[in-house]
Ligand binder design. Structure first.
Ligand SMILES: [Zn+2]
Ligand SMILES: [Zn+2]
Length: 338
């Protein structure tokens, strides 16, 4: 039986273990890929720390996966051996339940699957997933370039294109990390007057380089006041995982403005009077499906949008994960498989 190396977590709070396993075979409706690259997302801590309810160990994390189709199960017609594909957070759905029949695949009530949580993810040399999980990856993107777009990219791109902002509107991206540095680029290329918000004056050159029209240093300035001086934001995309930072920025919404939460913070404070008097709203956004990922990849090629990455080989997974957790990575950490 041919073997593969994977980086698994075998108990909540456990360390990464590099182990050999048999290469799994794809069942009906599944696709096996030879993984080329996998981004490390903050949400992988849900596996590492065992915070996802019902998670079964051992588990291989990773939901920013890019690789080459290596085998397909019975009934798979949309992918062929040798094609390059990617998988993100959304790993599958039933297609039959009421939410699925309404097109709300993220809300599937029967068989919602999440890559690297419901089944083993991309911190591995091979991965098997439902065909529904995979997007076609354009040749213009290298595996390392494409991987972070499968979660950080799709989440910011899809939130922006589903927001109420129209060309020329003021849009703020809160946080300039793995998600935020992509969010600024997408917002600029979609034609929004774009504001980057982060802590410290040292982030301003980066924000400007990514195309931001304005920068707000949330340590030195009140982000809500500064956004109001610019006329108030139609949309604020909150990529941070800190509820206090979200609370401090929500007051920057203009009339009919929408605060879109894509960072997993514990709690945030909003003023009901501020919301109702300006018909403002707070909305969460779920990343998207494989079809949304394909759109993200195509738009990234069209607009020249790329993630800035720090690359580590799979065997240095512990160090790479630590780097992501430190918050010091510039800006996405990506594993490559030898
Ligand atoms: Zn993610
Ligand atoms: Zn369903």
């Amino acid at each position: 039986m041919p073997k593969m190396r994977v980086a698994q977590i075998s108990k909540p709070g456990g360390n990464f273990e590099l182990v050999e396993r048999d290469i799994p075979s794809p069942a009906a409706g599944q696709v096996r890929i030879k993984v080329q690259a996998c981004g490390i997302c903050h949400s992988d801590s849900l596996v590492k720390e065992g915070h996802w309810p019902g998670l079964q160990f051992p588990r291989v994390p990773g939901h920013e996966v890019v690789g080459i189709v290596d085998a397909v199960g019975a009934g798979v017609t949309q992918f062929k051996t040798g094609e390059r594909v990617g998988a993100g957070w959304h790993g599958g759905h039933c297609g039959q339940c009421d939410p699925c029949r309404n097109g709300d695949f993220f809300g599937c009530s029967v068989a919602l699957q999440i890559t690297g949580i419901s089944f083993d993810g991309g911190y591995a040399e091979y991965m098997v997933a439902p065909a529904l999980a995979f997007a076609h990856v354009p040749d213009d993107l290298s595996p390392v370039e494409a991987a972070p777009l499968m979660c950080a990219g799709i989440t910011t791109y899809n939130a922006l294109r589903n927001s109420p902002a129209r060309a020329g509107d003021l849009v703020a991206i809160l946080g300039l990390g793995g998600l935020g540095h992509l969010g600024v680029q997408y917002a600029v290329k979609m034609g929004f007057k774009t504001v980057g918000i982060a802590r410290g004056a040292d982030k301003e050159p980066l924000a400007r380089k990514l195309g931001a029209h304005h920068y707000i240093d949330s340590q030195a300035q009140n982000p809500a006041t500064e956004l109001q001086k610019l006329g108030g934001a139609k949309v604020i995309i909150a990529t941070v995982t800190n509820g206090d930072a979200m609370s401090a920025a929500q007051g920057g919404l203009g009339l009919n403005g929408m605060f879109m939460v894509i960072g997993a913070a514990q709690a945030m404070t909003v003023s009901p009077i501020f919301l109702l008097s300006g018909r403002r709203s707070v909305k969460g956004w779920y990343s998207g499906t494989a079809a949304d990922s394909q759109d993200t990849l195509k738009f990234s090629v069209l607009s020249g949008i790329r993630s800035m990455n720090e690359v580590y080989p799979l065997e240095r997974v512990a160090e790479a994960y630590e780097r992501m957790e430190s918050g010091k990575a510039r800006f996405r950490v990506v594993l490559t498989m030898g």
